[in-house]
Write a protein that binds this ligand. Structure first.
Ligand SMILES: NC(=O)c1ccc[n+]([C@@H]2O[C@H](COP(=O)([O-])OP(=O)(O)OC[C@H]3O[C@@H](n4cnc5c(N)ncnc54)[C@H](OP(=O)(O)O)[C@@H]3O)[C@@H](O)[C@H]2O)c1
Length: 288
């Protein structure tokens, strides 16, 4: 029976994988969190992986505090880069497949057409640099699949959708940036896509092709469009006012354009991806 290990399973994607895995029987799942498997502790990672001998590892463990990373660079690097190195060192030479999740923020946003897997990364922030470094470690294992995703949200954990629902219910007006363009990703969709790929590879229905892939929902929008849609879907009365990034104080430079081209993952793994508006509706139904 194939053993599937999920790290960082108390986060958004990890929790969605717990949900999605219920539709995929016949595998042994091991869901770990920060307490049961801290990926930054080399010896712990080696022992755990040596003992459980997973066939697949889905690494959802991450440090995602984009602003805070500027003042905690060591912590961000430790989790997003050194942690990945520990995993890779523990599966070196084995046939364990690693699915490692990364971010659209590895790009600087200077393009105005969707970024594909061959576009050159140029991470702007400490967070982005730490994730990019993690990708480079993941690539050291010959059976690694790196999935870059963007603007992740879920009914689990904290995210933009929940923030807008909360503030939208309390305030008359919300000011949201309209000069950063990307695509939201419902973590439930990404979890389903990952489980779909794993199950089809295990059943020999598709070949596992290592390398970098991009996954987000379909469509593009600004954070302003996203917030407007959340407010409308939830039936809130508050107004959403578009503002420029320069009028929203942040120590971090974020890419002003980070739309991901998803052709490669769709073609390689026959995946159908829902539009972000469709998926947002599903998530909001769970939240209100
Ligand atoms: N969130 C986004 O908007 C976004 C966008 C693009 C890409 N991504 C990427 O997508 C992936 C999934 O993100 P997510 O939103 O599901 O993340 P998340 O909700 O922040 O979950 C990350 C999990 O990792 C755990 N963790 C932190 N340090 C750890 C350690 N040393 N060892 C083991 N676990 C540790 C956290 O536990 P604690 O809570 O206990 O610290 C948390 O449960 C990540 O790789 C992330 O970088 C996210």
């Amino acid at each position: 029976m194939a053993v599937i290990l999920v790290t960082g399973a108390s986060g958004q994607l990890g929790n969605e994988l717990k949900v999605s895995s219920k539709n995929y029987f016949g595998y042994e799942y091991i869901f770990t969190d920060n307490d049961t498997l801290d990926i930054t502790i080399e010896r712990e990672v080696k022992d755990f992986i040596g003992k459980n001998r997973p066939d697949w590892i889905i690494n959802c463990a991450a440090y995602n505090f984009v602003d805070k990373a500027e003042t905690e660079p060591d912590k961000a690097m430790q989790i997003n880069a050194a942690g990945v190195h520990n995993i890779v060192e523990s599966i070196k030479g084995s046939e364990c497949r690693l699915i490692h999740v990364s971010t659209d923020y590895v790009f600087d946003g200077r393009l105005n057409i969707p970024y594909n897997e061959y576009s050159t990364p140029d991470p702007l922030s400490v967070y982005a640099k730490s994730k990019f470094e993690g990708e480079r470690y993941a690539m050291m294992h010959y059976l690694s699949m790196i999935i870059r995703t963007s603007w992740l949200y879920s009914s689990f954990g904290n995210n933009f959708v929940k923030t807008i629902l909360k503030h939208g219910a309390e305030k008359e007006t919300l000011r949201v940036v309209f000069d950063q363009t990307g695509t939201p990703t419902y973590a439930a969709d990404l979890a389903d896509a990952i489980m779909f790929i794993i199950s089809r590879v295990i059943r020999n229905q598709i070949a596992f092709n290592a390398g970098i892939y991009h996954y987000s929902n379909e469509g593009i929008c600004s954070w302003y469009d996203f917030a407007t849609e959340i407010v409308q879907e939830a039936g809130l009365k508050c107004k959403v006012q578009p503002i420029l990034s320069k009028d929203y104080p942040s120590a971090v430079q974020r890419p002003c354009y980070s739309v991901l081209d998803k052709s490669k993952i769709k073609e390689n793994y026959s995946i159908e991806i829902p539009h972000w508006r469709v998926s947002l509706k599903r998530c909001i139904k769970l939240l209100i």
